[in-house]
Design a protein around this ligand. Structure first.
Ligand code: HEM
Length: 489
């Protein structure tokens, strides 16, 4: 009898779940918003996105070509609006920010119980951002220029003019060195120590496509159960740590790299907070000071999470931007010549335009540029958007739109196009609105210091057009390598 009652209950729950899901899959149809075909029950369009050879962002661009500047797809059963209509995006990212102040959440939030800027929202995010914003002012960043210069000095020692080499690898070591020194004050010299454990672990985190792990996929399909899936990850990790403890050096069980790094950061912060003599000027100290001085404070967990975030956010993005800059310089010798002339004359204007154009054509962390609707129903440009729906900007379609970026053809490299006033949402390399990239000034400072130094001493020799394919898309869109040759000026 009991079995029968249980069976009936389970059947009833499944029945309700099925009908709820069916209703959810009519969401875009009810709003007369087009969706790509072949969406599957339970997965929505996720399987197509996981299997696409061109990568997530190129697939969105392809769908935009077919369906227009506002369309929808289902991530599991979550409705995702894909938008390249800049007025719509301006409403969401800027004007109605209070209704769209969160991003799509990820399993990482639950894994490291992340309390940092990217994963928090509402008043929690606002307080953190207000405290951390001043640490990224030009004046504070200037105090870090010597730290960056020291790392660049090490890079220059590694450059050679005899043969082709992969400069992207050197950039990665450089930017890791810089962010470790500037974000949490460990004096690394990754550039002389390519086997450095931090370099190795952060490299592992970045190259792991979390979205492709089975448990992450389950989180995407059933976000409500993310917490449980994260506990499975954590259990596996704790088990490996325990086995390492028991087996000593007989056997090595791999800890999840994010958890490894998170624990090391904790040690550095503990040392810094207890030992006044360890004070130095870096982002960690500025955050610790800011949270000690102000009325609003950052908790210990928040400082830790944000240092972790800066290490990840500041490393590969900046190295990849430098890699694309170098590729463009090698390809367009006339632009390189002009830039060298401007740099020799200590003039930065053309360098600014040049970097903007590189990041227009080669945007990097595209998938982060999304927002989640946080109220029951928001109205944007005549569309009704409901709580939990995601608005994903389609950057490729926007950055290559001839109406936004013409009249010069948008697939040509033309820095001067940035001299003209454009729509505020036409340029999304660092996002837009109150939640844009907090590290933008830091990244630009580092990129400019490297390019100035490189081009003052060297010329990048002209190269074959397709040196960096294939492009890979994980959290950032990046080339596999950039093979170049240098000539001393
Ligand atoms: C060329 C290098 C970089 C690029 C292209 C880049 C790009 C981006 C983009 C597109 C976003 C999302 C913005 C949005 O949703 O509107 C973002 C957010 C963020 N970036 Fe960067 N970034 C770079 C370097 C850095 C560096 C060096 C740091 C830190 C030291 C950093 C820290 C962050 C943080 C903390 C956020 C989240 C901000 C928030 O949610 O309040 N980024 N970045």
């Amino acid at each position: 009898m009991l079995t029968l009652i249980l069976f009936t209950c389970v059947l009833y729950i499944l029945f309700i779940y099925y009908f709820n899901l069916r209703k959810r899959y009519q969401y875009f149809e009810r709003q007369q918003i087009p969706t790509p075909s072949y969406g599957q029950f339970f997965f929505g369009h996720l399987k197509q996105l996981w299997q696409t050879k061109s990568g997530y962002s190129r697939q969105l661009q392809e769908w935009t070509r077919q369906l227009g500047s506002i369309y929808g797809f289902y991530e599991g059963s979550t409705p995702v609006y894909v938008v390249s209509n800049v007025d719509f995006l301006h409403e969401v990212f800027v004007k109605q920010f209070s209704n769209f102040h969160a991003r799509k959440s990820s399993i990482q939030t639950h894994l490291i119980k992340a309390k940092h800027l990217v994963e928090s929202h509402g008043s929690n995010w606002k307080r953190q951002r207000q405290i951390i914003n001043p640490t990224f002012t030009s004046l504070k960043l200037k105090t870090m220029s010597p730290l960056i210069d020291n790392s660049i000095e090490e890079l220059v020692k590694k450059l050679n003019t005899d043969k082709l080499f992969n400069i992207y690898l050197l950039y990665k070591r450089l930017t890791m060195d810089v962010i470790c020194r500037c974000a949490f004050g460990i004096d690394t010299n990754m550039q002389d120590d390519p086997d450095n454990i931090y370099l190795h672990k952060i490299g592992q985190i970045i190259s792991t496509d979390f979205e492709k792990l089975h448990l992450s996929k389950l989180c995407r399909v059933i976000p409500k159960l993310s917490w449980i899936f994260a506990q499975i990850f954590l259990f596996r990790n704790n088990f490996n740590r325990l086995m390492n403890f028991i087996c000593g050096h007989l056997m090595k069980f791999e800890e999840l790299p994010n958890l490894w790094l998170f624990n090391r950061i904790q040690n550095v912060i503990d040392m810094r907070s207890t030992n006044i003599e360890q004070r130095r000027i870096d982002l960690l100290q500025l955050m610790l000071d800011a949270s000690a001085e102000g009325k609003e404070k950052l908790s210990y967990e928040e400082v830790k999470s944000n240092v972790f975030l800066f290490l990840l956010a500041g490393y590969e993005t900046t190295a990849t931007a430098l890699a694309y800059c170098t590729y463009v310089l090698a390809k367009y010798q006339n632009i390189q010549g002009k830039l060298q002339m401007e740099i020799d004359a200590e003039n930065d204007e053309y360098l600014d335009l040049f970097i903007k154009e590189v990041l227009r054509m080669y945007p990097i962390p595209i998938q982060t540029i999304n927002r989640r609707c946080m109220i029951d129903e928001a109205s944007v440009c005549g569309y009704k958007i409901h709580q939990g729906s995601i608005i994903q900007a389609d950057i490729y379609s926007i950055h290559y739109d001839p109406i936004l970026w013409g009249p010069h053809p948008t697939n040509e490299f033309y820095p001067e196009r940035h001299l003209e006033q454009r729509h505020p949402m036409a340029y999304l390399a660092f996002g837009q609105g109150p939640r844009n990239c907090i590290g933008m000034r830091f990244a630009l400072l580092e990129i400019k210091l490297v390019l100035r130094r490189l081009l003052k001493e060297y010329t990048i020799v002209q190269i074959n057009e397709e040196i960096f394919y294939p492009i890979r898309e994980t959290a950032v869109i990046r080339p596999n390598e950039i093979q170049i040759q240098l000539r001393k000026r």
